[in-house]
Ligand binder design. Sequence first.
Ligand code: 3PG
Length: 342
Amino acid sequence: MGYSYHIPTRRNPFNEDVLEWRESEVEDLIENRSNMKILIATQKPFAAKAVEGMKNILTEAGYEVAMLERYEEPEELVAAVADVDGLIVRSDKVTAEVIEAAPNLKIVVRAGAGYDNVDLAAATAHDVVVMNTPGQNSNAVAELAIAMMIYMSRNRFTPGTGFELQGKTVGIHAYGNVGRLVGRKAKALGMNVIAYDPFVTDKALFENDGVKQVDSVEELYKSADYLSLHIPATPETKASINYALVGKMPKGGLLVNTARKEVIDEEGLIMLMQERNDLKYMTDVMPAADTKFRTLFEGRYFATPKKMGAQTAEANINAGIAAAKQIVDFIQNGNTRFQVNK
Ligand code: 3PG
């Protein structure tokens, strides 16, 4: 029909056939597009400046903005989406129940990188576009990964002799937006940087950063004094960081996880750390077995109480503003560049 913004697919409820929109109905849709309601739902709120910027962008586009911050129960999100057209979240769980409770929903933007918190199949089944904002909060996560390496190397800032990062080898598991930034910062600290990422085919990416690309994940762990994890949580990566793999790390190795808790085989790691009292684990994604780790490995284990990699004003502003702009660009121009459920 030549309209450049998103027209949802409409189906016959009895036989699922796609129904064409009439010209007059499309005109109504265009007319109504400025009556949209966008909900910003964040259990872990954005910085105030980010919220202010997001509200400005969305209200200037003519949309109503609703806020649901620091909510505790999933049911609160289910109730809040009843009349919304667009949804912006962080790690908030956008389940099939949430999507089914939002008959007007057209778009969900996860203001961040990982979208394992959104039920993509349910979204696709309801013709809801899902996007992320890749790269926008990466620097904050990369800085935290380096900070964790320093913190543990300096005995968690307690008295005693520690170690320097300079001259040590850091292995970067997955060379995406965050992995690359960790690599560059580690180089600046005088570390040897090696990386493994079977999905990055452009060798120049590693070469330009002065990073050595290794051919296997085993080689990465075998050579890394510090191992920084940046893989997403997928069915393939679930529990893939296990006893055998981490066990390849050299004496005194530190595993740093600012990715997802699900990628760790927790029982395997516990068994390994019991056998090897030289190994250490730091994370900002608290393990399910946090109490066990804390009790067994005092001084060798540290987890932040809340996921905090992307918890900076800058990251909130970058990711939040990008999310708001993507919503407007999608509704007004049909731009689906960052769609993850194509
Ligand atoms: C991400 O995937 O972008 C990071 O894990 C940050 O998540 P957060 O928005 O919940 O802090």
